[in-house]
Design a protein around this ligand. Sequence first.
Ligand SMILES: O=C(O)c1cc(=O)[nH]c(=O)n1[C@@H]1O[C@H](COP(=O)(O)O)[C@@H](O)[C@H]1O
Length: 232
Amino acid sequence: MEDKKIVVALDFESQTKALELVDKLDPNLCRLKVGKEMFTHFGPQFINTLHDKGFEIFLDLKFHDIPNTVAKAVKAAAELGIWMVNVHASGGVKMMTAAKEALLPYGDKAPLLIAVTVLTSMSEDDLVELGITRSPKEQVKFLAGLANSAGLDGVVCSAQEAEMLKAEYGSDFKLVTPGIRTADASVDDQKRIMTPEKAVAAGADFLVIGRAITKSPDPIATMKAIYQSISK
Ligand SMILES: O=C(O)c1cc(=O)[nH]c(=O)n1[C@@H]1O[C@H](COP(=O)(O)O)[C@@H](O)[C@H]1O
């Protein structure tokens, strides 16, 4: 079983604040996620800084564009030496296949390529607003099927769909689950949430955890408590 399941989401507007937290984290216990906010502010240089500190990085830019553009963007991400990168499954099979093919020259060094299914901030009503009549669970299963057929390594989904997806697509198909909330943490803008323990029990491979750790009065104590709770 993967023992480095926690991916701490670094959603900070200040690099100094992010690094204050990073310097207290242990790269043997967790990985880090850099998303749109920090990458837009601080770019590849920030990724290099985190790599120099020994961390593996999930570059969460959720690419969603024409196949050629996404393939080039994923290749650029691979050049950064990151561990995981994501695209939107709703970009379609041709787009996902182009992304996968762009990583073939990297062999074992290619980052894991993961497709975002239905954002964990979305509920049934939000899908209806987009004209999607499937339930979030059905839509996640449908999009994960497309990602699987395009040969991707797995999907981003909520932990609420993890059990279903493991049963449908097998244990090697990686499940990356944001929307993780400890019992006492605020739900914020997330809709499909789960506690760390339940997420792991449901089959999540990697737990993306942001505010439950970063906004905690004692982020390191919270991180360690979560680590202990899922390592039992
Ligand atoms: O791809 C993601 O990482 C992602 C997908 C998704 O469906 N939901 C989701 O919350 N995320 C990201 O996961 C992180 C969750 O942060 P917290 O809600 O603070 O734990 C954020 O950085 C989001 O951008």
